[in-house]
Design a protein around this ligand. Structure first.
Ligand code: C5J
Length: 223
């Protein structure tokens, strides 16, 4: 776990120390990914996101088998909505917004069915689950403290959506000194053009805030 391994990536290979590297899975929640959830209710094509489930499962199994650290996040709010900025509540002028009753319980509210992680990637006991009110996983959460306490300096970031919560989190992590690698098959967007550009932005300019790779390269590097 302390031996450095090299993962083929763009713009160049990343050396990771597995014991210092965590798999951070962003917002693989039922309301974003499942047919009949909030995401689909907004008119989004959930099949775009569902393509990332199997690659995430394979990576998660390999990461767990190697005995490495896994963390999960969920986007959502307190049932009393006290942490929901009014500007976020009204955004989009939708008929239904955060806190209203949706197809899988109250939309993006902690404790509701739709807010929970999909069964395919369900956290094991002992894997921290970070409940975040924003798009970035560091804003108003204890993620940074947890990672520091675990001695983590590198992150494999996966999940949804590429251009929103994944991108925001990778930018936040990069500014806090973490090296971030994003496997392209384990992140997804409702919009193919955003998927492509969201990944390009990360690795442009010599890896301006991270590296882009593929789950197969990570799994083969783990041996
Ligand atoms: C995430 C969103 N998780 N797109 N949320 O990306 O609002």
């Amino acid at each position: 776990k302390n031996a450095v391994i090299s993962i083929e990536a763009e713009p160049y290979s990343l050396e990771i120390t597995p014991s210092k590297c965590a798999l951070l899975i962003i917002d693989m929640q039922r309301d974003f990914l499942e047919p009949g959830g909030f995401g689909e209710m907004l008119g989004n094509d959930v099949s775009q996101l569902r393509q990332s489930i199997e690659p995430n499962q394979k990576l998660l199994v390999a990461w767990r088998e190697a005995g490495l650290q896994v963390l999960h996040t969920r986007e959502g709010h307190r049932p009393d909505l006290a942490d929901l900025p009014p500007a976020k509540k009204v955004r989009g002028h939708g008929a239904k917004t955060i806190g209203d009753t949706g197809p899988m319980g109250r939309i993006l509210i902690r404790g509701e069915e739709g807010h929970d992680i999909i069964p395919e990637l369900y956290p094991l006991p002992g894997e921290p689950v970070i409940d975040k009110p924003g798009k970035g996983a560091f804003f108003a959460t204890d993620l940074h403290a947890i990672l520091q306490n675990l001695g983590i300096t590198q992150l494999i970031v996966t999940g949804v959506t590429t251009e929103v919560c994944v991108n925001t989190t990778v930018r936040e992590a990069n500014d806090r000194g973490y090296e971030c690698l994003v496997p392209e098959d384990c992140v997804a967007s409702y919009f193919p053009v955003f998927q492509e550009m969201g990944l390009k932005m990360i690795k442009a300019q010599g890896g301006i805030f991270g590296w882009v790779s593929h789950s197969s390269k990570i799994i083969s590097a783990l041996g």
